[in-house]
Design a protein around this ligand. Structure first.
Ligand SMILES: Nc1ncnc2c1ncn2[C@@H]1O[C@H](COP(=O)(O)OP(=O)(O)OP(=O)(O)O)[C@@H](O)[C@H]1O
Ligand SMILES: [Mg+2]
Length: 235
């Protein structure tokens, strides 16, 4: 997978300066996490990478492509996909219909192939493919949301708070799903309130505070950092 490089990224929502110079890198086949308090700008980083918010200044490169000059469908076509915060499923549509939305840029033969792969990741969804998404458990809904993102065949997957609101046992499932996706050669940016889970999985991690990166290192380095332990791990 190409390397992702975000350099000196600034994003504002009107007067709110959400990102004030964020720089981060995802090397080939890495899991990179972003942790930070509510409002730090984590989701905004992911939205900016997907072209979903206007970038005031800065550069984003994915391999030799400039993401900051591309449209969201172009970015998906380049191999980046997002599983958004809050899952954003269509509750009145079936599991399979929700998954197929992620393949809207692909021809039907290719979509059918990837659908098989996604059901391979999530066997429980095969049994539930005709069930309405809104009637699934929270953990199953999260699987559909991740599966939908995988339907575009990404090389880089952006996951925004996949464990939010899920029971501890299900959080473990999500962690193992992230590892399985990574094992198949997909890089991942993981935004998590559950800093412990995220840092344990990560090759590299960034701590954000009010629109800036304040700390970075390997997952293990941040797990050992006393500041991180106090503010994000509750030790
Ligand atoms: N659409 C918007 N309009 C105005 N301000 C926004 C908008 N989206 C986000 N913001 C503001 O931008 C800042 C960063 O928000 P962002 O959602 O990126 O934070 P976050 O780190 O993902 O927080 P959380 O942990 O709560 O999801 C916050 O101050 C937020 O209030
Ligand atoms: Mg967020």
């Amino acid at each position: 997978m190409p390397r992702l490089e975000v350099r000196d990224l600034h994003v504002s929502y009107g007067k709110v300066r959400a990102l004030q110079g964020v720089t981060l890198t995802v090397e080939e086949r890495q899991i990179v996490s972003i942790v930070g308090a509510n409002g730090a700008g984590k989701s905004t980083v992911l939205k900016a990478i997907m072209g979903l918010v206007p970038v005031a200044s800065g550069e984003m490169r994915f391999g030799d492509r400039r993401l900051d000059r591309m449209s969201p469908p172009g970015i998906v076509g380049a191999g980046v996909a997002i599983c958004p915060e809050g899952r954003r499923l269509f509750p009145e549509m079936t599991v399979q219909e929700n998954l197929m939305i992620g393949a809207y840029q692909r021809d039907s033969r290719r979509a059918a192939l990837v659908l098989g792969e996604v059901y391979g990741y999530f066997p429980i969804l095969t049994e539930r493919k005709r069930q309405l998404a809104g009637s699934l458990s929270g953990g199953q809904q999260q699987m559909v949301a991740i599966g939908r993102a995988l339907m575009s065949g990404p090389q880089l997957l952006l996951l925004d708070e996949p464990s939010l609101g899920l029971a501890p046992l299900v959080v473990r499932d999500i962690a193992s799903i992230v590892q399985r996706i990574h094992a198949r050669g997909v890089s991942v940016i993981l935004v998590e309130q559950n800093a412990r889970m995220a840092l344990r999985l990560s090759d590299r991690a960034y701590v954000m505070e009010t629109g800036r990166v304040t700390l970075s290192g390997t997952g293990q380095e941040l797990l050992n950092n006393t500041q991180v332990q106090r503010f994000y791990l509750g030790l």
